[in-house]
Design a protein around this ligand. Structure first.
Ligand SMILES: [Zn+2]
Ligand SMILES: [Zn+2]
Length: 262
């Protein structure tokens, strides 16, 4: 059974969930791997301090939990927010801590927080800048395995303008997808973002576009911040991914890619 590779626990600034809550569900569902992907975001524009998960404390807690779940292998992930002005901090974070999976995200550009509707009031221009920032992230920073929620900003813009059409940004998406494909990185389908966008035609378009460019490496993750969202709608999205022609989904152990056959 495909495990979730993107959940947050209380080690992330925006989650209160306990590791044990996720582990109990994973254990009940017979899942082999357990991994949270905690936030590191430097200097977010709408918060007073950086979001830096205490990975030492997380590992220490996991050490006490490992014996309680003998059928589960513990893995360690990070969701690293790209910031040009914190490039060295990002490099040093990965030098200091060892991870099984590094997910790169564009949550903000230092001024605009892409979680907030106010960042997409001039929807077309703001979305162009957003996709440019995603491209910049994957071009300037290479030490990652998966691009997380490439459509995080689009999800917010859709809340401002529900009729916003993704096809207007196709040239920018092609640039992002081609860069990932050339660099052998995987693209995340984030089920929380898909649930918010709530448009199957949108997801079909994305999957077909990525596939048509030669993209085969996908991950499916929930981005759960609470246990109720663990493996959120995985069955539905696995079926859609399969329908689009994909034969496998990727997962990572010790930064090496493995395949879950569909
Ligand atoms: Zn994120
Ligand atoms: Zn996340």
């Amino acid at each position: 059974m495909l495990h979730d590779q993107h959940m947050h626990s209380h080690y992330s600034e925006d989650s209160n969930e306990n590791l044990k809550a996720y582990l109990d569900i994973a254990n009940r569902q017979g899942i082999k791997y357990f991994m949270t992907c905690e936030h590191v975001d430097y200097d977010p524009p709408t918060f007073k301090k950086s979001w830096i998960a205490d990975f030492d404390a997380l590992r220490k807690e996991c050490k006490t939990l490992i014996p309680l779940y003998p059928n589960i292998t513990f893995l360690y992930g990070i969701e690293l927010g790209y910031r040009e002005d914190h490039y060295l901090d990002m490099i040093n974070m990965l030098r200091y801590h060892k991870f099984d999976l590094v997910q790169l995200s564009a949550h903000d550009d230092g001024i605009h927080d892409y979680y907030l509707k106010e960042s997409f009031m001039d929807t077309y221009n703001d979305l162009c800048s957003y996709f440019d920032q995603v491209f910049k992230a994957i071009s300037n920073f290479s030490d990652f395995d998966v691009l997380s929620h490439f459509d995080y900003g689009f999800k917010t813009a859709r809340m401002v303008n529900p009729s916003e059409d993704i096809k207007l940004y196709e040239d920018k998406l092609i640039k992002i997808f081609n860069k990932l494909i050339n660099d052998n990185k995987a693209l995340e389908i984030n089920s929380k973002v898909q649930n918010t966008i709530n448009d199957d035609e949108y997801l079909k378009y994305i999957l077909n576009l990525y596939y048509s460019l030669g993209g085969r490496k996908l991950t499916l993750s929930s981005d759960a911040h609470k246990v109720e969202n663990y493996r959120l709608n995985f069955d539905k999205y696995i079926a859609m991914i399969k329908d689009a022609g994909f034969k496998y989904l990727c997962y990572f152990v010790d930064r090496c890619e493995h395949h879950y056959e569909l």
